[in-house]
Design a protein around this ligand. Structure first.
Ligand SMILES: Cc1cc2nc3c(=O)[nH]c(=O)nc-3n(C[C@H](O)[C@H](O)[C@H](O)COP(=O)(O)O)c2cc1C
Length: 162
């Protein structure tokens, strides 16, 4: 059987949320941009994020067992680019992005000011899916603001309003 080509335009027609995955290793706080993120259960509230094994964030999340998903607001596109193009192995991305942090309610990883939402998560499962690892987290606390979210559709940044 001949399979049709999977065009990048077809895949990127799935509208991407633009999220920062926050993790902490000791005192070091790292932020990584992720678009492959979704809610997967209502009760309990579970979310998933797909992270390639080579990312600095990958092993920190596995070891620490907790993370924050920050849904970036429409005005935070520069943070998306910085946290999605440099590695925490050699860059302090919190300083480089100029983002301000806030203490979390439950987990040890800080929240990000000015975002559309911050979800505090505890890792409950993970498994390999192709060339990524799917991390499943239980949302143990979450706050939302009136800021419109940053989204990406076919590689272009935009926003959505309710
Ligand atoms: C818009 C955008 C979305 C991204 N989505 C993901 C993703 O869902 N999963 C992933 O593993 N990497 C994703 N990346 C790539 C990582 O953010 C990038 O490799 C980053 O530098 C890794 O940081 P770290 O090494 O500090 O973990 C994305 C990058 C951009 C710009």
């Amino acid at each position: 059987m001949v399979l049709p080509d999977v065009s990048w335009d077809s895949l990127t027609s799935l509208v991407w949320p633009v999220v920062l995955v926050g993790v902490k290793e000791g005192e070091k706080h790292n932020l990584m941009t992720a678009a492959w993120v979704s809610q997967v259960s209502a009760k309990p509230a579970l979310v998933m994020v797909s992270i390639a094994p080579g990312r600095y964030t990958h092993d920190i999340l596995l070891k620490s067992g907790e993370f924050v998903l920050t849904v970036l607001s429409a005005g935070q596109g520069e943070a998306c680019d910085i946290c999605g193009s440099r590695s925490g192995r050699d860059t302090d991305k919190v300083a480089a992005s100029g983002l301000k942090t806030l203490p979390a309610a439950v987990v040890g990883v800080p929240l990000i000011e000015g975002a559309s939402a911050n979800l505090e998560c505890r890792l409950v499962d993970h498994f390999t899916a192709g060339d990524h690892t799917v991390f499943v987290g239980e949302v143990v606390a979450g706050t939302a603001t009136e800021e419109s979210p940053l989204v990406i559709y076919r590689r272009r940044k935009g926003t959505v309003t309710a």
